[in-house]
Write a protein that binds this ligand. Sequence first.
Ligand code: MGD
Ligand code: MGD
Ligand code: MO
Length: 758
Amino acid sequence: MSHDEDARLNVTEPKRWAAGMPGVTAALREATGQMGVRRTALTLARVNQKDGFDCPGCAWPEGTDRHRAEFCENGAKAVAEEATTRRITREFFASHALDELAVRSDHWLGRQGRLTEPMVRRPGASHYTPISWEDAFALVGAELNALSSPDEAVFYTSGRTSNEAAFAYQLFARAFGTNNLPDCSNMCHESSGSALTETLGVGKGSVTLEDLHRADLVFVVGQNPGTNHPRMLSALEKAKKAGARIVAVNPLPEAGLLRFKNPQRPSGLVGRGTELADRFLQIRLNGDLALFQALNRLLLESDALDHSFLETHTHGFEGFAAHARTVPWDDVLEATGLTRAEIEATHRDVVASERIVVCWAMGLTQHRNSVATIREVVNFLLLRGNVGRPGAGVCPVRGHSNVQGDRTMGINEKPPAAFLDALGAEFGFDPPRAHGLDTVEAIRAMRDGRASVFVAMGGNFVRATPDSAVTEAALRSCRLTVQISTKLNRSHAVAGETALILPTLGRTERDVQASGPQFVSVEDSMSLVHASRGRLEPASPALRSEVAIVCDLAGATLPPTIPWPSMRADYDVVRDHISRVVPGFTDYNARIRAEDGFALPHAPRDERRFPTATGKANLTVNPLEILRVPPGRLLLQTIRSHDQYNTTVYGLDDRYRGVKAGRRVLFVNPADLKNLNIDDGTTVDIVSEWTDGTERRAEAFRVIAYPTAPGCTAAYFPETNVLVPLDSTAETSNTPTSKSLTIHLEPHHPPRIPPVKR
Ligand SMILES: Nc1nc2c(c(=O)[nH]1)N[C@H]1C(S)=C(S)[C@@H](COP(=O)(O)OP(=O)(O)OC[C@H]3O[C@@H](n4cnc5c(=O)[nH]c(N)nc54)[C@H](O)[C@@H]3O)O[C@H]1N2
Ligand SMILES: Nc1nc2c(c(=O)[nH]1)N[C@H]1C(S)=C(S)[C@@H](COP(=O)(O)OP(=O)(O)OC[C@H]3O[C@@H](n4cnc5c(=O)[nH]c(N)nc54)[C@H](O)[C@@H]3O)O[C@H]1N2
Ligand SMILES: [Mo]
């Protein structure tokens, strides 16, 4: 792809606070630019309201006392991206060949507008051309049925898909005969799910919004809420006002962690705002396992334990304690880059607190030892009984707005046997039992010719996944790729021999089926399920809903034993099936119509019951490994700017980090630059090193001297996904290690051939 977009790059000082007036201005500028003033006012008024639609931004819960403007700057951008009035027509595809689309930037592709009709790329063709819905479904059915095994098909899901569509989609895949249901979760909170299921018995967070408000100590670890979960800042502010202390653990001094100006209150638009973090631990990348082990060692030594909880509810204390007591301080200090005094002071915060919540996101989940790290966080909370009582617990902060719900609905390559039993009984078939492929395994299977049909329910597979060159070749080698999407992205340009684009309705749009207007439902990060109703006129009359597309694909592929047409006609029918298959969804259709929806049961939170293998909460032993890099090398983490939603690039600024009009930047500590003899502002190539001796290169990044932890750099994804080796994944969860890559920097030599001009 061409890099000339970054020619105007401009760098200023990073901000020390988040939101406030510039947030409001940026939100409105983006929204009115995409959809005009009137549509902006109408649309934003419905975000996260009880009769409106669920914000397609993040999975942070709304709470019951919703504010009239229950959205944030970045939620507004997510809405504008979907509700834009720009359109992609057949003429667009006639004038842009696939090869040309493949050299466009993510930003350019996204700005072309909404997809409006089904398109096909026939074998060998240079362009997409129109195809009817019926022909498209027949084509998919024929290709799927021509496979020698159902396991040669892969059904990917991104986390925006509604419960109803997700349930229908997994049913289709399983009725067809495969558990190949990888999803974005595999790259996201899979490590959290793995660790929490093993230790607490439920792979989801255990706190509610009220718990967060009532906590007296909140850890925010490996998370940048000011950008990625801005509404969480209001919850932190509320906790703070009620007396909580906040400990932020991060290699970067993220603006949203330090100070917050609440744009939903007049005092927040001007003035100094609320000081958020009381303690900022500027940790080295991947130092968190060592930090929590050191805290646990101190808790054991000071006997600051909840003995009765440990005796009644936990398993494995002896083994855990024997190991934790011997964690060497030298290793802890090397791994964390913190001082012993900082860790001891944090221990005093902990001992002084009655109710502790630990929140985390991608900073903990995308490392080789992520599952071990999160298990250690659980140890930390269990030692003082901080699970299953008000104001305390685990809070993995989810990403996509329905990523948690999709998993609940069975989007899972390793489904529990009980789920398959219930599904088979409900629909009268025998679901496949063998585990399917996760995201990384699916790429390998396509690369090696073991899978050749790829269907994506949303997302942008080639940009979100690691090792871009390998993944793109894998996709191109498929017989058929199918993208069910709202917007154009690179995964449409990097196509299989035959490729389909099936354009779908978004959350904001009206969905009318044979039985009348429909609504869908979603589950947020705190296990609350609620309805979402779009009101806008669809971007094109040819669009179909995700549920309708799945039902029609299934109808064209499978014998008519499952009543797809009745599910398509009335989503209540889908929900009735769900109520009999998925635990916690009894009376789904009645309860989803309650104003605030309903909460799913969570045994550890509700009754201090831990449905694990031992029947108790498990304390675990996690060996400490220190991530060392050879001399002259640095660690790289790949993160989001303030102006993107995963692979969707809204704009080229990162306001809080002081970057304007460019994305190919690398944040490096000034002391590291000095040691490496590289000047601030130099253009370099980033070269990642992998244990098998291979190197991967991302070209032309401007170095920015930045107050990140020493030895630890940062750059944006998806541009840096080319650096992540496919085989570099977390133990157990198999999540790509996007937050800890070993790199070195090389001078950049401009290419002799000028980049493609736009
Ligand atoms: N506007 C907007 N909102 C979003 C998204 C978006 O792209 N844009 N994406 C959504 C999705 S899918 C997700 S998963 C979430 C992601 O939300 P985040 O996890 O906040 O996203 P990242 O940008 O990956 O930021 C990772 C944070 O962890 C820190 N970090 C990295 N490595 C380490 C480490 O080893 N230890 C510690 N302690 N900290 C570390 C980084 O410095 C950074 O602050 O946001 C969701 N919401
Ligand atoms: N290096 C690196 N890589 C990462 C990460 C990282 O931190 N670093 N983060 C990882 C994480 S946490 C995640 S979740 C993944 C994200 O991976 P994905 O979920 O695959 O990617 P997105 O960019 O969120 O997908 C955006 C596309 O979804 C489609 N879309 C949007 N709304 C809808 C809708 O309502 N319905 C349908 N059918 N389609 C829709 C649009 O076509 C849009 O272009 O990326 C992962 N990749
Ligand atoms: Mo995510």
